[in-house]
Write a protein that binds this ligand. Structure first.
Ligand code: SAM
Ligand code: SF4
Length: 334
């Protein structure tokens, strides 16, 4: 049987090449979205988080193995002090082509320009509703106006397009689809609907997923016909469409109804330095002791290679074999 390669691209045993790293910079959050985390959470102590220097050390090694795209996430990444400094450090690493950020937008008005100036070019803001009451029910907090202000600030800062992520839950968010899509069209943003996944604190069942095809039907019925974009990439997680009337694009991430495991190129680093080869992974590799203890780069590279190599074929959400990870989304890094 073939074994993990010691040279060449970062490949798993199914031949998938990995170039994409998601880095969680904190497990803390200023919202408590019901589909993501429980109301009461014990967050990591500050000393447990990887420092910026440790993150950069890890990324440099990952880049030498073929990683060229990184995305910062959390928890809420803008709660991490000085985040633009980390963005600038990442953007300066030779070989990094792309630095992205996923944020709930609450603090974005304050940071959008500094992030852009630091070299961030891709930004996704999570927003599930434009109704303040529904926002409070879903996030257990207030803050809709701040998120909307954050989206406008990101547009002004130069991010183009700002992508807006909304989780799609049956019986909860159907009524939000059209207002959100209209809002995105109006302000030149790209709406992205994400099928609700079994990774949060709530009890998940398939029946609660408001599926991609239903969202598309609703958008076409109530807004305008959609066609796949010309540069449609069937390997990308998001299926991308454009309105035929010229009203912009919509992305749909159909993790449940159309899993994209066969083309997955992602690896995740948690805020406290655990490496995960899948969002739904049941095991992780602790790289912090090596990063903190001055471990040799070759040893860290070997851990990364082994972790990628060991990736399973897919998450099996749609089978009886699926096992929900113990960690919830905010603690893994969405
Ligand atoms: N706090 C930031 C935010 O909300 O954008 C970044 C972290 S959050 C965990 C990243 C993304 O995961 C968000 O877009 C959020 O909506 C999504 N998410 C969280 N729980 C989810 C679930 N159970 N199913 C689908 N998406 C989920
Ligand atoms: Fe926080 Fe993002 Fe999770 Fe909502 S989805 S609780 S904003 S980490």
């Amino acid at each position: 049987m073939a074994d993990v390669a010691v040279v060449g691209p970062l490949r798993d045993s199914f031949g998938r090449v990995h170039n994409n790293l998601r880095i969680s910079v904190t497990d803390r959050c200023n919202l408590r979205c019901t589909y993501c985390m429980p109301e009461e959470v014990r967050f990591l102590d500050k000393g447990e988080l990887l420092t910026f220097e440790e993150i950069i050390q890890f990324v440099r090694i990952a880049v030498s193995l073929g990683i060229d795209k990184v995305r910062l996430t959390g928890g809420e990444p803008l709660l991490r002090r000085d985040l633009p400094r980390l963005v600038a450090m990442l953007a300066a690493i030779p070989g990094i082509q792309d630095v992205g950020l996923t944020t709930n937008g609450l603090l974005l008005a304050q940071y959008a320009q500094a992030l852009y100036d630091a070299g961030l070019r891709r930004i996704n803001v999570s927003l599930d509703t434009l109704d303040p009451e529904q926002f409070r029910r879903l996030t257990r907090r207030d803050g809709l106006d701040q998120v909307v202000a954050g989206i406008h600030a990101a547009c002004r800062a130069g991010f183009s397009p700002v992508k807006i992520n909304a989780v799609s839950i049956r019986g909860v968010t159907e009524h939000e689809v059209v207002p959100l899509a209209r809002f995105a069209r109006r302000f030149g943003c790209e709406m992205r609907f994400i099928e609700y996944m079994p990774i949060g604190a709530d009890h998940w069942e398939r029946g609660k997923v408001y599926f991609a095809h239903e969202i598309l039907e609703q958008l076409e019925r109530e807004i305008a016909p959609l066609v796949p974009v010309d540069d449609y990439d069937p390997r990308a997680p998001a299926m991308e469409f454009r309105y035929v009337d010229g009203g912009g694009r919509v992305g749909i991430i159909a993790s449940v109804s159309r899993p994209f495991c066969h083309s997955c190129n992602r690896l995740r680093l948690t805020a406290e330095g655990k490496l995960r080869n899948c969002l739904f992974a049941l095991t992780e590799v602790d790289v912090k002791p090596l990063l903190r203890g001055g471990g040799p780069a070759e040893q860290i590279a070997a851990l990364i290679r082994r972790c990628v190599w060991d990736k399973w074929e897919g998450h099996e959400i749609n089978t009886a074999r699926f096992i929900k990870p113990l960690r919830t989304m905010h603690a893994i890094g969405g």
